[in-house]
Ligand binder design. Structure first.
Ligand code: NAD
Length: 480
């Protein structure tokens, strides 16, 4: 697949004439190329979005809603093509792309297409002197920057509310996983979207993301990615007073109390720790288990980890595919080595790659790894690894579990396992993070705000919060 930019409704070659290789993580081979964008391409896209803004922002809400719904249906009709592209780009099992990523992307578009038709402004009567009417105005050209781990899911989560509220946008998908964003751009015209409403510029973060964020005609930035990148963006936008939402890394805890349904906790922890090869921002990478059930839980977890089917992501039987790149593979392996250097014991997995044969023999595969015996303050328990590597640590009291869970610079999410409703509320309240799942994980309701605290995020997204983020209040005070 040859991925070009999508600017002003046209498929545009990069002005530099250069393309980056698109590598399939499962094979390590180049299977396509992606436009290497630069500041000139970014400027073209921002200009197109600026020109489209007056028309799109004054388009009736029903029409904007209809276009986004049609886009959702067009993706749905090509679900298999999108799932395959997502799996080949990311290395994730196609089953996951087919059942989670692509359906959730479709839901994002449908949800905001209908949410905007229910979004209403407020009015306040001030004694008998005046009436205040608070309008919500779209902000203009938005920069929507997304990462590689859930490419279409997170990209559409930004596109849908930004466009529904009447903004125009320049999207910047990860250079590692451009395929589904490109497929989406091929459907915009058929959905009825006017040229320039959504523009997509591909390429490296430094050459596309950074100039996009800094562009004088971009005032709103929605970013999902790593904390270091978020910090660089914050530094650029602060002096210009741009509005920014940053969804960043995590080091989430899964806490298993002694009264938990252990079997269910083990089953869901397998998903919460190892889905997408541990490359989900909400993955629980630190598993904390009450000492009385520690051995039982650990034994059952390790048993299941050792049974994970690792192999070709395009094979429906595969549980664990490849990680996204060679560089990421090396980073994860370094952390497994570090776990041993820091005094940990590998009770499953290790640096030895799994045996994958045939088409995927040279792919970027990691053996799912479980580490015990590490101090909560060591690097492996403090830094985001973003791979199939977890630590398991015993605790003795609720207070100790909360202390351990909160003892990182991150504050994205946590999951807790208990049958005691009072404990669930007490612990959820004490955890410093944006989302707490009780006896479940990754259950999503698009109406609720989602985001992180500390080094995980700034500004919540989701539901009404997103519609507010992409609009500004404007109060009109009418004297009576
Ligand atoms: P990344 O920060 O390297 O890249 C994210 C995006 O930013 C990419 O499109 C990249 O090209 C672009 N970018 C890079 N440098 C930039 C710059 N200077 N200015 C503007 N844009 C720039 O992140 P990644 O490696 O693609 O994704 C993994 C990270 O994303 C993990 O830390 C993960 O936790 C995080 N993540 C967070 C959430 C969340 O909701 N909090 C969701 C998914 C992923």
């Amino acid at each position: 697949m040859r991925v070009t930019h999508f600017i002003d409704g046209e498929f545009v070659e990069p002005s530099s004439g250069t393309y980056l290789p698109n590598i399939e993580p499962a094979t390590g081979s180049t299977y396509g190329e992606v436009a290497a964008g630069n500041p000139t391409d970014v400027d073209l896209a921002v200009r197109a979005a600026s020109r489209a803004f007056p028309g799109w922002s004054s388009t009736p809400v029903e029409r904007r809603s209809q276009i986004l719904s049609t886009l959702a249906s067009l993706i749905e009709a090509r679900l298999e093509e999108f799932a395959r592209a997502e799996s080949m780009d990311t290395g994730k099992p196609i089953t996951l792309a087919r059942t989670v990523d692509i359906p959730r992307a479709i839901n994002n578009l449908r949800f905001f297409a209908t949410a905007i038709t229910h979004f209403h402004s407020e009015s306040h009567s001030t004694n008998s002197d005046a009436i205040n009417v608070t309008l919500r105005k779209p902000r203009g050209v938005c920069a929507l920057i997304s990462p590689w781990n859930l490419p279409l899911y997170l990209f559409t989560w930004k596109i849908a509310p930004a466009l529904a509220t009447g903004n125009t946008a320049v999207g910047k998908p990860s250079e590692l996983t451009p395929a589904t964003a490109y497929l989406l751009s091929t459907l915009c015209a058929e959905a009825g979207m006017p040229p320039g409403v959504l523009n997509i510029v591909h390429g490296h973060g430094q050459n596309v993301g950074a100039p996009l964020v800094a562009h004088a005609d971009v005032d709103t930035i929605s970013f999902t990615g790593g904390t270091a990148t978020g910090a660089a963006i914050a530094e650029t936008v602060a002096p210009a007073f741009k509005k920014v939402a940053l969804e960043m890394g995590g080091k989430n805890a899964s806490i298993i109390f002694s009264d938990a349904d252990i079997e269910q906790a083990v089953r869901t922890t397998m998903a919460s720790s190892f889905s997408n090869q541990g490359q989900i921002c909400h993955c629980g990478s630190r598993i904390l288990v009450h000492r009385t059930v520690y051995n039982t839980f650990l034994t059952r977890l390790v048993e299941r980890v050792n049974k994970l089917e690792i192999g070709d992501p395009l094979d429906a039987k595969t549980d664990q595919g490849a990680v996204v790149s060679e560089a990421h593979l090396q980073k994860i392996r370094q952390y497994i080595k570090l776990a041993v250097d820091e005094g940990g014991t590998l009770v499953a997995g290790g640096t030895e790659p799994p045996r994958v044969t045939g088409r995927c023999a040279d792919g970027f595969f990691v053996t799912p790894t479980v580490v015990t015996g590490l101090d909560m303050h060591c690097r492996v328990n403090q830094e985001e690894i973003f791979g199939p590597v977890v630590t398991v640590t015993p605790f003795d009291s609720d207070g100790e579990a909360v202390g351990y869970a909160n003892a990182t610079p991150y504050g994205l999410s946590a999951s807790i396992w208990t049958r005691d409703i009072s404990r669930a509320y007490r612990v959820a309240d004490a955890l410093v993070c944006g989302t707490v799942w009780v006896n479940c994980w990754m259950v999503r309701d698009l109406r609720v705000p989602i985001g992180g605290t500390k080094r995980s995020g700034l500004g919540h997204e989701g539901g009404v919060e997103a519609l507010r983020f992409f609009t500004d209040p404007k109060n009109v005070c009418v004297a009576i």
